[in-house]
Design a protein around this ligand. Sequence first.
Ligand SMILES: NC(=O)c1ccc[n+]([C@@H]2O[C@H](COP(=O)([O-])OP(=O)(O)OC[C@H]3O[C@@H](n4cnc5c(N)ncnc54)[C@H](O)[C@@H]3O)[C@@H](O)[C@H]2O)c1
Length: 361
Amino acid sequence: VIDIFTSSEHSYSIEIGSEMLSSWSDLVRKKLKTDTIFILIDENVWQYHKQTLGPWFESLATVHTIHIVPSGERSKSLKELSSIYDFLLGNGVKRSSTILVIGGGVLGDVGGFAAASTLRGVSFIQIPTTLLAMVDSSVGGKTGINHSTGKNLIGAFYQPDGVFVDTHFLTTLPHKEWLSGMGEVIKYAAIKKPDLFDRVFTLLADGVNPSSTEWIPIITECVSIKAEIVRADEFELGIRAYLNFGHTFAHAMEAAMDYKELLHGEAVFMGMIAATHLSNSFGANLDVNRLVRFKKYLDPVWPAPCMDFDKLVNLMGNDKKNTTEGITFVILDSWGNPRKQTVTSRDVILKALSSAVDDIT
Ligand SMILES: NC(=O)c1ccc[n+]([C@@H]2O[C@H](COP(=O)([O-])OP(=O)(O)OC[C@H]3O[C@@H](n4cnc5c(N)ncnc54)[C@H](O)[C@@H]3O)[C@@H](O)[C@H]2O)c1
């Protein structure tokens, strides 16, 4: 159990375990203010887990209504948000209601934003079902959707009332999605805990099963790092931005792909390699191989549309962290020591991109 106390004095705990959902029923029930729950669930998660989830929902509350959200990044859209509003308001959601958001980062982001904005805020509980959502997106209250001009440009900081991480969900997660989540796991090694590099690499090399409890200490460590950062900087006025290491490159790549085919964690992994080269241009002396060696297991592919570097740099111009002087990146002075750097020279960014492509291909 990891506790979060944010600066807005909203506190909640993150429970982590394997095959634990039914034993968490009492904890979930204690968080409900009424006997009605609204469930937003990813379509694949519902498909695979309805036999156990259906009876579990019944045990939690007298009334529960379910809205199934289509899988994929394209659900982080005004269109899907609008259909979630129709579901919640059409079924009489009240401020005292609770929304259960069950799925990966996409569902967490769009569902969390629906919770934040419906009736100016309905409480919600996150039940992440992908590795990425478990170690990163379900914790910390960043919610939102994409816009055609860029990723995550519409949203709100809105903390959940609880997060329940049951690694049993990983038994059905496609392997490629699990590897994508590994991109964010490795990010914690880069920005905060370099010893995670070897621990994660060893488990991957040993072929440890994604749902094995051997991964739980790694997941817990990632969540602890995220919790510590969110506690210190809930609204990303300072150090929280460090969680975006590699993301300025990654978000541009995802936008260039129109949010199709390229997975978020996969883009983050390649983005971190580019950001490591960029860090070296600013005086760091990082051995990029500490990241690149993971490509053997993560199997990233630099997509053809992302070879248009000029387009990528133009897309980076829409990033939220930017200042009027240039594009702001998170770089490292050494492993575990990130900082923000505004870059004015286009050539330095192009060089980092081209070195990353050389490493990946
Ligand atoms: N809010 C944050 O702090 C934050 C942090 C990192 C990433 N994100 C966002 O997270 C999103 C990516 O999240 P993601 O990688 O979890 O992708 P996702 O939510 O799209 O899930 C990936 C795929 O796995 C399927 N799936 C989910 N759980 C499953 C399960 N247990 N079994 C079988 N299939 C399952 C989904 O249907 C989907 O097809 C991006 O939009 C990214 O911007 C947000």
